[in-house]
Ligand binder design. Sequence first.
Ligand code: F6P
Ligand code: MG
Length: 448
Amino acid sequence: MEVQGMFPPQSLSAKFEGSFAYLTVRDRLPTILTKVIDTLHRNKDNFFKEYGGTGVQAEKRAISFLSKLRNELQTDKPVLALTDNVKDTEAWNQYMQRQQDLMEDRQPASWFKSPWLYMECYMYRRIQEALYMNPPMSTFDVFKEGKTQSFFESQEAIKSLCTYLQELITNMENMTEMQLREHFLKLFQVSLWGNKCDLSISAGQDNSQRSSSLDSLPDRQRFILVDDSNKVWSTLVAAQECKASGMKHARVDIVLDNAGFELITDLVLADFLVSAGLAKQIRFHGKSFPWFVSDVTKQDFDWTIMQTMVANHNWMSASGVQWKHFIKEGTWSYHDHPFWTLPHEFCDMAADATDLYTMLQSSDLILFKGDLNYRKLTGDRSWEHTVLFDKALRGFQPAPLCSLRTLKANVQVGLQPGQAEKLSCQDPNWMTNGKYAVVQFSSPHREQ
Ligand code: F6P
Ligand code: MG
């Protein structure tokens, strides 16, 4: 089989050299590290209360580890192997070796000479190393405060979204397919724009949703550069029709991105899919440790459902109760495969995380939320903007998939000729300011 355009890092050809984005001194990563150090410092008394002197000693050692890490980053030191000996340590160290083998003139792979995607992921893993190496800090989430704050600051938007959902479910029985489709498209767009609310682009500054996300949809429509939502709808309807008579159940996988308002928009969409009979099973995929400031961990997932349940608002708490029920009966489930917190591009998944790839192959639709997932789908390369999304996936096609992403990084494929040039004239920062979005769909070409 010829896989067009496939170029895994180990076989990177000269043609593509220099097409990665690199870290620069101006990047926001040192600011994020400084905030992490500050968070540990501010929690000193809590560590003491919980673990006594051991807690304070661990906090000091973790801070010193992180200060050293910040220095390594700022002075372009070589990338170091991880030493914490946990489940994914070997995979990280093997990847480091792979990157090292790509270096010209046997230079050591260092922070500014390695791809930005790799270095950004590596920084979050090293933060975790600082904690793993210093128990009892291992389970402390250095980004929890920001995620919690973003949830509470989006309360009004959450209430209005849950109200919309509950009213919709009440009236669903008498709806035509056209009406259901209209509601689907709305909630799909709400989930798309929910991705504006990530804390990594703002280096942890408040980035929550304060007004009703539904009201702003018409104004935002013109900022959606590619919109394959109709293909997603057709895929869902086809999956439901073909499975209605059989034993199998239509399954949707949602590869989550950020906690806070974005997660709520994803849960609302998932609830709609189940309530409308478009999916019988939803599998949520999150991160196994704190990642890119605001990404969802199991703890965030459970916490968010619990907070929604206990909210002092009828429709919000009714939604939370329903979500808890979905989890309990197994209609919804949460998974955190270690691959999601590795630096690999997704075209590596079939070889490097075969179990995950195989599991995704039995999905009817996979939704990839957010910018980082888009970078990993497309390998974070400087593709021509008109290159097809299918081609940029380089063979990663486990099942029909769709990326819902607001643009925050310098990669974008699948545009019309001239579209990018026009955008660059109108808004030079269109690729990074989070104002624009894409919904891009791809389906495997199966032999009949
Ligand atoms: O722009 C900074 C950044 O950290 C990107 O590297 C990353 O792709 C993005 O933010 C995270 O955004 P999202 O939460 O949508 O994946
Ligand atoms: Mg994120």
